[in-house]
Write a protein that binds this ligand. Sequence first.
Ligand SMILES: *[C@@H]1O[C@H](CO)[C@@H](O)[C@H](O)[C@H]1NC(C)=O
Ligand SMILES: *[C@@H]1O[C@H](CO)[C@@H](O)[C@H](O)[C@H]1NC(C)=O
Ligand SMILES: *[C@@H]1O[C@H](CO)[C@@H](O)[C@H](O)[C@H]1NC(C)=O
Ligand SMILES: *[C@@H]1O[C@H](CO)[C@@H](O)[C@H](O)[C@H]1NC(C)=O
Ligand SMILES: *[C@@H]1O[C@H](CO)[C@@H](O)[C@H](O)[C@H]1NC(C)=O
Length: 507
Amino acid sequence: MKHLSLFSSFLLAIALATTSHTDAFTRNDFPKEFIFGAATSAYQWEGAVDEDGRTPSVWDTTSHCNNESVGGDIACDGYHKYKEDVKLMAEMGLEAFRFSISWSRILPNGRRPINPKGLLFYKNLIKELLIHGIEPHVTLYHYDLPQSLEDEYGGWTNRKIIEDFTAFADVCFREFGEDVKLWTTINEATIFAISSYGQGIKFGHCTPTNCSTGNSCMETYIAGHNMLLAHASASNLYKLKYKSKQRGSVGLSIFAFGLSPYTNSIDDEIATERAKAFLFGWMLKPLVFGDYPDEMKRTLGSRLPVFLAEESEQVKGSSDFIGIIHYMTLYVTNRPYPLVFPLNTNKVFSADIGAYMISTGNSSSFTFEPTPWGLEGVLEYLKQSYNNLPIYILENGRPMKHDSMLQDTPRLVYIQAYIGAVLNAIKNGSDTRGYFVWSLVDLYEIEGGYKLSFGINYVNFSDSGLKRTPKLSASWYTGFLNGAIDVASQDIITQLQQNNFSGSFSV
Ligand SMILES: *[C@@H]1O[C@H](CO)[C@@H](O)[C@H](O)[C@H]1NC(C)=O
Ligand SMILES: *[C@@H]1O[C@H](CO)[C@@H](O)[C@H](O)[C@H]1NC(C)=O
Ligand SMILES: *[C@@H]1O[C@H](CO)[C@@H](O)[C@H](O)[C@H]1NC(C)=O
Ligand SMILES: *[C@@H]1O[C@H](CO)[C@@H](O)[C@H](O)[C@H]1NC(C)=O
Ligand SMILES: *[C@@H]1O[C@H](CO)[C@@H](O)[C@H](O)[C@H]1NC(C)=O
């Protein structure tokens, strides 16, 4: 889960008149091969940051330098409690688990030699998943660049990252690829580039000077360019060296807001198309068609890197699927405004789009209206505009205050509505193949640390054993996955609230 504050300048208080009615459905209405899972990421789940040879990543540095507590030092202690968590998944009937690999656990300081204890942890985790019939979906990069590579050359702003990332991917494919068939190279690459390199929030650097000197209004697009090249390089390596034996697929993931015009004016409609070009086309056009969208080239001029012909060939077709991270819908209104100096780095990207984007959800105020039609729109748009590539929804979920605990009815309602949207999209021809709830358990969150959580299983962070307890949403998901729940909305929710459906509640 990422910086929702990016675009939400204020909260939209409009009635969501278009909330669509969802018919009753069950797990069996989805294709048999479709996978339902839940997700975590290494730094947010594992803890054990200085055990068995792991070295710090930029995320360790960021959480400590902000003096905001211990950061992910312990997190959920997944490193030691992975068997317990796999058991929890199995009890829920989860079909898949999405996690990420800590680069600096496997390759301390970013490069060889390999740390055998780091490898062993992931081999054990993968083995445990397979024993329980749970399919691993592995993300190679989830914000945790080895600090040493950041110090050495500035991380993703430098093309040296391409070689190092590819070497890291090579180790992972070779060591885990017999058991892992689904690989995401980079987590939500679009928002990662915007927030870390444009805004300088958290994991990158930001030099808020101005556009003539090389700085934050260039670095977003430079980092994004290097991400595309690094993804393509790793993906092509997989095709050459591993695919014929391992038969897996490799994709890139982007943050996919639902986008809708704020008014029905032509200007807002055109602004929405521009927003789609910047937020989707930026990465997907090169991946599917080999070059950046014209809207971006026109607006950004020399600030947008250029693909050499052979790079374009490398990037084109390098994503076997599109991974999307989806939480909310933005209303887009036309608002051309110039970049003003000194730069407000928060505004560079939306100034480039020439629009304000107004959010329906705001994680810090916990107002998160489900707008499932927004996801349906994204899936339909991807189907029509990007050759109907296979799609995995790698994150979807709703934040609540951590102490709101087990009765998380709003989260249950949210998840149910979005799964319904996925089904609608599939029925209309979208090749969506999987859905992962964010998150399996309460995690160390990017926004809000331990105070805000997305977990469908509660983690008691005050308890030395970090005890896990299923929330109402986990019971709903369990019932749904077992085919025991025929989603008919309110009835089921009331029943769950009264009867504690799975009978698994014990605080
Ligand atoms: C970090 O937090 C601790 C405890 O709240 C405080 O004593 C210390 O001064 C803080 N350090 C910095 C650099 O802000
Ligand atoms: C941009 O930065 C350069 C070098 O620091 C400076 O000379 C120039 O005046 C700045 N331009 C603006 C518009 O701030
Ligand atoms: C369903 O798909 C068709 C064909 O791609 C498209 O024209 C139509 O708008 C879609 N319907 C919805 C509700 O998205
Ligand atoms: C969390 O753990 C602490 C310490 O064991 C305990 O006092 C508290 O009741 C627990 N809270 C919940 C909600 O289970
Ligand atoms: C359901 O769980 C709540 C607390 O989680 C508890 O107070 C209540 O007694 C339980 N109901 C049943 C029928 O077990």
